[in-house]
Design a protein around this ligand. Structure first.
Ligand SMILES: [Zn+2]
Length: 387
């Protein structure tokens, strides 16, 4: 705004000089107030990102989501594995639509304690050994602070500099000085997660576990919407990162006519070389809207749903992108093959550096994902799945 005013003044110097005398200097415009729903959505995302919910131990994240959906849904329940369901009833005999987002995050499991009080651990979910050294972590339900220890550079010798230290030779240091001391603070089976605080960075947000807490927060936004002409079953699933295990039973229980899976997918949109040239081999790009999948490593997404959701975006003027081919997969794979088969489509929020302590997601992609799912549900009818 300031940039636009300056050239106009300099183009008409006489008028500007006349006007300058009587007028008081203009007050700077107040910053735009974001719509309340957006404040709530990002605030919820912050709380979810900072909560710890490594696969198989999603309780802390589930508690936050449960509180958020309780006033929005007609029914809320938790199943045997820990999946959280929030159901919003539609008209009688309305089609059953399942929305799913996973609550769990990648992290670690403590598997033993050394004599000197250091904790042995294993990865839970897909983690790259190269990013582990020196990272602060929270261990167990009490979030005991620790660090994945590393040699200081002063002590690193020759070829060690070029090699990746494997996870089995790493330990978590919680400051204990003996096995007994450490066992009072942590025990085998405890989970640990990256200790990382959420932050808003310009048009983006940064945090751990945005895969898939961003999807969970978007799903809550969908529940916040008006009544839809469908029986809406929202599943916040467990254990996605270790093999879509929660979705397997959630898909069966929902008995849905169709499912939309909301996840976070790699953006990989930074230049490949030092020349800063555009990377055309990205999977998805930040800021270009929700990514609708045509296929991934484990699912051919339903053609009718891909078309329908894309058309819903176009009708509302919402940006979207078709995710470029690539590996990986989502809960869609397990849900598609539940019961006698369920038509599925994945719609993901692009994220840079996912499965690390600091993923980055565009706030507009996040909001637009919720808007797109709402738009798709608002006009859902029998024609969507017609062959
Ligand atoms: Zn995910």
């Amino acid at each position: 705004m300031i940039m636009a005013k300056k050239p106009i003044r300099s183009a008409k110097p006489k008028r500007a000089a006349k006007l300058a005398k009587p007028k008081k200097p203009a007050k700077p415009a107040p910053p735009p107030t974001p719509a309340p729903a957006q404040v709530t959505a990002l605030d919820l995302l912050r709380r979810l990102s900072e909560s710890v919910g490594v696969s198989g131990d999603e309780g802390a994240a589930r508690k936050i989501i449960r509180e958020a959906v309780a006033p929005l849904a007609d029914e809320v329940k938790v199943d045997t594995l820990g999946n959280l369901f929030a159901v919003k009833h539609g008209p009688p005999r309305a089609p059953r639509v399942l929305l799913a987002a996973h609550m769990d995050e990648v992290g670690f499991m403590i598997v033993g304690i050394d004599g000197d009080g250091l904790l042995k651990f294993e990865a839970v979910g897909g983690l790259d050994d190269r990013i582990l050294l020196g990272k602060p972590v929270w261990v167990g339900e009490n979030r005991v602070p620790g660090v994945i220890g590393m040699k200081p550079i002063h002590l690193v010798k020759g070829s060690e500099v070029e090699s990746v230290v494997k996870i089995d030779s790493l330990r978590i240091d919680i400051g204990a000085t003996s096995k007994e001391g450490a066992s009072r603070m942590a025990k085998p089976g405890d989970r640990a997660a990256f200790a990382a605080m959420f932050a808003e960075l310009g048009p983006t947000v940064r945090g751990k576990a945005l895969d898939d807490r961003a999807g969970c927060a978007a799903l809550v936004e969908v529940l916040r919407g008006k009544n839809y002409p469908v029986e809406l079953i929202c599943a916040f699933t467990v254990q996605e990162e270790v093999g879509l295990r929660g979705a397997r039973v959630a898909g069966f229980a929902a008995n849905a006519d169709a499912a939309i899976i909301i996840d976070c997918t790699p953006a990989n949109d930074l230049p490949l070389a030092d020349d800063g040239d555009e990377n055309t081999r990205y999977n998805t790009r930040l800021g270009y809207g929700p990514a609708i999948y045509t296929h991934d490593g484990s699912t051919l997404h339903d053609r009718r749903l891909v078309k329908y959701v894309s058309a819903a975006a176009e009708a509302k003027g919402l940006p979207y992108q078709l995710r470029q081919p690539g590996g990986g997969g989502t809960d869609a794979s397990a849900i598609q093959r539940s019961r006698a088969g369920v038509p599925v489509v994945s719609v993901s929020i692009p994220g840079r550096y996912i499965h690390s302590p600091a993923a980055i997601v565009s706030a507009s992609d996040f909001h637009n994902t919720a808007k797109l799912i709402r738009a798709a549900l608002e006009n859902w009818d029998g024609k969507v799945l017609k062959r």
